[in-house]
Ligand binder design. Structure first.
Ligand SMILES: [Mn+2]
Length: 303
């Protein structure tokens, strides 16, 4: 069996939508696959998207299974059941492991700086001439993934391919106001479930001396309301260690509000990013995604 999977701790809408859409595309081509994951679905997968008739498969892993890894290429986050020697394809847009997988998988490793993996998967439907046959629910999942991962097309990582792909999906399902529907539902959930939302989108990994290992992120329509809960947020983040940062992306004014555990981290971030301090919060406009901040830190090191 071909098993499609994503990161082991949490799944965001890009990994979730891409995995489901890729499974359905392979199915249309007569190739059976399963989407297997035990990870927690994070806040970017809204209740209305969870309620569509497509989801994770109930399947027991077999030692002969082959793996397709989506939205991930750092093997320390692969699910424990994945045998690296049985990986047949990787599609990702996070930096750092391009050379490793290109050497290992050749053309079956697609790791490129693009807004979302969902865009690459949608393009595969087009290449196979199956775009017009895509189910409307699948299109909606892919649209949400593109909106979330590109921050409503404001993130630097956004490409024309993401914009064009989104427009095609929009016309396919004839729904032109999906962004406000989607982001309003996300904001409500985050406000009501703050601790869980932080927990399910935290990355703990060493980048380099510019960034703390504990790096949280929340994407929200308007960050101002959340900053009133700074003490509560500090308390949550302190549970992950003494050194941390949290990137709160505010889509309505396209800014990152970065809070941090101590002044040493603050001064490193000020060196790295073109940002300013406002009442103990670093503000960076336009907003930056965590993966963009990480890419900047990695580039800064090589200079
Ligand atoms: Mn992604």
């Amino acid at each position: 069996m071909i098993v499609i999977t994503v990161g082991k701790s949490y799944i965001d809408i890009d990994g979730y939508a891409s995995s489901i859409a890729y499974r359905e595309l392979l199915g249309m081509k007569g190739i059976e696959s399963k989407f297997v994951s035990n990870a927690v679905l994070n806040y970017s997968i809204t209740d209305s998207l969870k309620s569509i008739p497509y989801s994770v498969d109930d399947y027991s892993i077999d030692s002969n299974d082959k793996y397709i890894i989506l939205d991930l290429s750092n093997k320390s986050f692969f699910p424990d059941f994945v045998d690296e020697n049985n990986i047949v394809e990787i599609i990702d847009h996070h930096p750092g492991f391009e050379d490793y997988w290109n050497n290992k998988l050749g053309n079956n490793a697609i790791i490129e700086p693009i807004g979302s993996v969902a865009t690459i998967i949608t393009e595969k439907y087009e290449k196979d001439g199956l775009f017009d046959r895509m189910d409307k629910d699948i299109a909606k999942l892919l649209m949400a993934a593109i909106l979330d991962n590109t921050l409503n097309f404001t993130a630097n990582i956004t490409t024309d391919r993401d914009r064009t792909t989104y427009k095609k999906l929009e016309s396919l399902i004839n729904e032109y106001d999906y962004a406000s529907t989607y982001f309003s539902e996300c904001q409500k959930y985050i406000e009501d479930n703050l601790h869980e939302s932080i927990k399910n989108d935290i990355k703990i990994q060493k980048t380099n001396e510019y960034l703390p290992d504990v790096f949280g992120q929340l994407t929200i329509w308007n960050a101002e309301e959340l900053l009133h809960k700074r003490d509560f947020i500090n308390q949550i983040m302190n549970g992950y260690g003494n050194e941390w940062m949290l990137n709160i992306i505010s889509l309505s004014n396209n800014s990152s509000y970065i809070i941090y555990s101590n002044d040493e981290i603050k001064s490193k971030l000020e060196q790295l990013l073109d940002c300013y301090d406002k009442n103990g919060t670093l503000i960076k406009s336009p907003a930056m995604l965590r993966k963009e901040i990480m890419r900047k830190a990695l580039t800064a090191k090589s200079k």
